[in-house]
Design a protein around this ligand. Structure first.
Ligand code: F6R
Length: 251
């Protein structure tokens, strides 16, 4: 992977924004892979600024998000469906009908509806393939090296599927649910690591000392399911954009 060390999130965001804006100019129906979380926010803002300043037509742009909680209605403010709409679809002015989040078809279906839930993952991968694949996938990274909701131990060849949320992830995310872990969903649906690796270009963003160890494992460790992001070493076009703090353990 190519590692780019930048001053701050804004500078990282501008690199992503320029790259994706140029992509959309060349390919108006580009397929964007989208992530939630804090790391990509400056990148979405930078892209939105360029799109508006340069009057880029985004009406045909398509999007596929990485992951979603199970058991939340789509209009729940903490669903990734809502989050992607708030942070990407609205600021960029995308056509909401062209932006997909795994779990959209489930819309809060109860976990007992096992057949429906089991079918949702393969259907999502098929929809990505039918769209011609993802052109640029933006990624954040967890402090344990997770990408999407692929926690350590996830198969490097996995497709989109239902997973149990790690206890630590539920504790970390309780801040979005009134600090009440009981309200945090127990399951999720996430693009697999194999799904992510099929995107033509990966852009992973990480900022702050808390990510330094995960970045060290990702860039300089062996490829291993114990650090899901290390799978980026297998990808022919992966760009890792990090600040000095996140880079502090690199040799
Ligand atoms: C988000 C996602 C997660 C985050 C990761 C980092 O859709 O799949 O893997 O990218 O947890 O989160 P932040 O960016 O908030 O540090």
């Amino acid at each position: 992977a190519e590692v780019i060390i930048i001053k701050n999130e804004k500078e990282a965001g501008e690199i992503y924004g320029r790259c994706v804006a140029d992509l959309i100019k060349a390919k108006p129906d580009a397929v964007l892979g989208l992530a939630t979380g804090s790391s990509p926010l400056a990148a979405y803002q930078a892209l939105a600024k360029i799109v508006h300043e340069e009057h880029i037509d985004v009406s045909k742009v398509r999007g596929f998000a990485l992951d979603e909680y199970l058991g939340l209605p789509l209009d729940h403010p903490q669903s990734y469906h809502s989050t992607i709409h708030r942070t990407v679809v609205e600021p960029l002015g995308l056509d909401p009908a062209k932006v997909h989040v795994p779990g959209d078809v489930l819309n809060g279906a109860p976990l007992e509806d096992g057949d429906k839930i089991a079918a949702a993952g393969p259907a999502y991968d098929a929809a990505i393939e039918a769209a011609g694949g993802i052109d640029v996938q933006i990624l954040g990274i967890g402090t344990d090296g997770h990408i999407g909701f692929n926690e350590p131990g996830s198969s490097l060849a996995s497709g989109t599927r239902v997973k149990t949320l790690a206890e630590q992830t539920r504790i970390d995310n309780a801040r979005f649910f009134d600090n009440d872990i009981k309200q945090v969903p127990t399951h999720c649906i996430t693009q697999g690591i194999g799904t992510v690796l099929k995107a033509r270009h990966l852009v992973l963003l990480a900022f702050g000392a808390g990510k330094a160890e995960a970045i060290e494992e990702t860039v300089e460790g062996g490829v291993s399911a114990f650090c899901p992001a290390s799978a980026l070493q297998l990808h022919p076009h992966a760009t890792i954009i990090i600040d000095e703090e996140a880079a502090s353990r690199l040799r």
